[in-house]
Design a binder for this molecule. Structure first.
Ligand SMILES: O=C(O)CCC(=O)C(=O)O
Length: 275
């Protein structure tokens, strides 16, 4: 599939320097202010349909995991009040298809490797460099969530996540965000606790229709994906970039998420690994 058939370049003409600068400037302002930018219809319906087929074909190669952790993605702190958010755990359950199972012919990888997208993101994030993640499993993922899967409330450990909605669940699977819940200087444990207790003040459900590209600062905004209640499965593409070259994930994270630490010996990993 040609990239022009995948990305709606009429709506988002990223290949033209002037349009890129204008759009990226607006998005950079929104990202700095709100910690989130959503680009609906970024991928055309035909591109989304193709991706959904390819994701379904790749899904059997994925790994289903179920973990419990704190909202900080760690183990519960000992010696603090059990109601303290640092002691409480949430459940996350999903199937992750690793980057070595997503070949170059797949539209999602075509999008990931498309240089104008990376240039656009670099502008939006206001960074000098942006590299493909060097983790041969984690650089590009499909998160496939079926009935009873969910992602519990959490803060990310990275400054930003780029994701693409490919298919919404039949019922459930909503992306909920408590925006700007903490800052670098204030963990705001009281607010974190009240969201964990079910408070809905300040919690919004983000529209994440298929074809929407989302740039999200999950380090400061607590977020979750509500349980999937009915199929079809929810499909999201996760496109990982980093401001430094050579960033890899820990062996433990790989083992938990993909059930293995070594990547398959496939040409597209050799081609993009580390860059
Ligand atoms: O699947 C999504 O929409 C969100 C993924 C997410 O929260 C994460 O990867 O941290």
């Amino acid at each position: 599939m040609l990239i022009t058939e995948i990305v709606d370049l009429d709506r988002y003409p990223l290949y033209r320097d002037q349009s890129l600068a204008g759009l990226a400037g607006d998005c950079a302002e929104a990202f700095a202010a709100d910690g989130v930018v959503a680009l609906p219809g970024f991928v055309r319906p035909e591109g989304v349909a193709r991706m959904a087929e390819e994701c379904d074909a790749a899904a059997p190669d994925g790994h289903h995991s179920e973990v419990t952790n704190t909202v900080y993605l760690g183990l519960p702190h000992e010696g603090v009040d059990p109601e303290d958010p640092r002691a409480r755990t949430v459940r996350s359950s999903l199937r992750a298809v690793a980057a070595d199972c997503i070949p170059q012919t797949h539209a999602l990888r075509q999008l990931y490797e498309w240089a104008p997208l990376r240039e656009f993101l670099r502008h939006v994030l206001g960074v000098n460099e942006l590299h493909a993640y060097a983790d041969p499993l984690g650089a590009l993922n499909i998160a496939d969530m079926t009935v009873e899967d969910e992602l519990g409330w959490h803060f990310d450990q990275t400054d930003f996540v780029t994701s693409l909605s490919i298919r919404t669940a039949g019922v459930g699977g909503h992306f909920e965000v408590a925006a700007g819940l903490r800052t670098a200087t204030d963990e705001n444990l009281t607010a974190v606790r009240s969201v964990l207790d079910g408070a809905t003040d300040g919690v919004v459900q983000l529209r994440f229709d298929p074809g929407t590209l989302l740039i999200f600062a999950g380090r400061w905004s607590m977020h979750r994906v509500t349980p999937i209640e009915a199929g079809p499965s929810r499909l999201v593409g996760l496109l990982a970039f980093d401001t430094k070259p050579g960033t890899d994930s820990s062996e433990l994270l790989k083992l938990v998420r993909y059930g293995r630490t070594a990547a398959r010996d496939v040409p597209w990993v050799a081609a993009t690994g580390g860059e």
